[in-house]
Design a protein around this ligand. Structure first.
Ligand SMILES: Cc1cc2nc3c(=O)[nH]c(=O)nc-3n(C[C@H](O)[C@H](O)[C@H](O)COP(=O)(O)OP(=O)(O)OC[C@H]3O[C@@H](n4cnc5c(N)ncnc54)[C@H](O)[C@@H]3O)c2cc1C
Length: 410
């Protein structure tokens, strides 16, 4: 028997934060979509995620903000600490002035709580259909139809295919065809544990960045302070096969001489899994025919701005508005989407890399960083306004990526 062939109006490949948010945004705009996800169930890894006001603005527009805020923690501030000397370097206050400036708070939450809120929104909508165990292995089509074929032979035809299939995007292989993402040379270990295990670290509820030469450690509480999330990152020795970079012994070595607080936190992070970080430089288009990209498939970036998922949410809102605004012209909708999203996400990709250099600085560069940051007030939001204050009605907020000083990947 021939494998099934289905026709759907909008096909979303990938049911992560970006794909599910897109389905909900399309439904709210009156458009039907079908999501296919390769995993047996929709789900996120058991870790935390930071959501800045630009993401909360989108979640509000999607109608799921209250559900997200119900489980989220609102940290009073983000504090950058010297991982060697143990001294504070700078603070970003998330209090009333922050909320007044950006219209929304800064929150941290569990990834699965965010995905669940978006999924519930989709399940309450009859314009969204969701399917799991559908692993797309190829995408083709240059005309008015894009065709996605799954490992089990199931084939989908659509007039608008949205690749939200993450950094290893199969859809990108068809639309951009630029090979594998780049190795950054950094390795992350992360984990979420019961707060009881870390009572010595708990108490402030802040997002804390411990920074030092070639390393950093992020800590923040989750789920009303019941859980504690940590991400430890270091610049790995680049010997041999990149997929073997950054073994646990190197993690110990990189953090072993840091302040006791950092060493204590590190002891509580599992060593069984690590993330060998990859990203891509910005490109000038994501679309080919009736297929385009969104989220990490489009603009994978290192997590140092904590903006990858925030950008995916922004993409979702803009793409839905473009498709709804050009009901009979998907080509025009995809072109408008790219025009708006390419510059902003390219700037974020570049700044994410730069942020890694800033937090990992050593010697005189670190001294200059600390001196510069010591001069700013806790409520000086100058460095983050372009990110958190982004509003669709003011697309000029985004720095032109053509003027952004060339690729940092060079
Ligand atoms: C250590 C770390 C910390 C981070 N912290 C933050 C943070 O604090 N804030 C923030 O905004 N971002 C953060 N990010 C970035 C964020 O996790 C990503 O940008 C975000 O998850 C991207 O969402 P996505 O939906 O585009 O892709 P993904 O989350 O990768 O989802 C892709 C989905 O597509 C599915 N899929 C893949 N291939 C196929 C296929 N061929 N067929 C069908 N389905 C497929 C996958 O199973 C998955 O469900 C962090 C990243 C890392 C590594």
């Amino acid at each position: 028997m021939a494998a099934p062939r289905k026709r759907v109006p909008h096909l979303i490949v990938g049911g992560g934060i970006g794909g599910i948010a897109t389905a909900l945004a399309l439904a709210n705009a009156g458009l039907d979509s079908h999501v296919i996800e390769r995993a047996e169930e929709f789900g996120e890894i058991g870790a935390g995620i930071q959501l800045a006001p630009n993401a909360l603005r989108v979640l509000d527009g999607l109608g799921v903000l209250d559900a997200v805020l119900a489980d989220a923690v609102r940290p009073p501030k983000a504090v950058m600490m010297d991982a060697v000397g143990g001294e504070p370097i700078t603070t970003l206050d998330f209090g009333p002035e922050f909320r007044e400036t950006f219209g929304y708070p800064y929150v941290v939450t569990h990834r699965s709580d965010l995905l669940d809120a978006l999924l519930t929104g989709c399940r309450n909508h009859d314009r969204v259909t969701l399917e799991t165990s559908r692993h797309v292995t190829s995408v083709r089509g240059d005309g008015e139809t894009a065709v996605a074929t799954c490992a089990d032979g199931t084939t989908y035809e659509t007039g608008a295919l949205i690749g939200a299939d993450g950094i290893w995007s199969v859809v990108r292989g068809h639309t951009v065809g630029d090979g594998e993402p780049d190795y950054v040379g950094h390795v992350a270990y992360r984990g979420t544990i019961d707060i009881e295990a870390v009572s010595a670290h708990a108490g402030t509820g802040n997002v804390t960045w411990w920074v030092g030469p070639g390393i950093h450690l992020i800590q923040y509480p989750l789920r009303g302070g019941a859980l504690f999330n940590q991400v430890a990152v270091f610049e790995a020795e680049r010997n041999g096969d990149p997929d073997g970079w950054g073994p646990p012994e190197e993690l110990e070595r990189c953090f072993g001489d840091k302040t006791a607080h950092v060493r204590d936190g590190l002891r509580l992070i599992g060593r069984d899994r690590r993330w060998i970080l990859r990203d891509r430089p910005p490109v000038e288009r994501w679309t080919r025919g009736r297929a385009t990209l969104l989220g990490d498939a489009a603009h994978p970036m290192v997590q140092y701005l904590a903006q990858g998922a925030c950008m995916a949410l922004e993409d979702a809102a803009v793409l839905a508005e473009c498709l709804a605004g050009h009901p009979a012209d998907v080509d025009a909708a995809f072109a408008a989407y790219e025009r708006e999203r390419l510059p902003r996400t390219a700037t974020a990709q570049r700044w994410a890399r730069r942020m890694g250099e800033i937090v990992h600085a050593d010697g005189i560069t670190a001294l200059l960083r600390d001196a510069l940051l010591a001069r700013r007030e806790d409520t000086d939001y100058g460095y983050v306004t372009w990110l958190y204050g982004y509003r669709r009605e003011h697309p000029d907020n985004a720095t032109s990526w053509m003027d952004a000083g060339g690729p940092v990947h060079a």
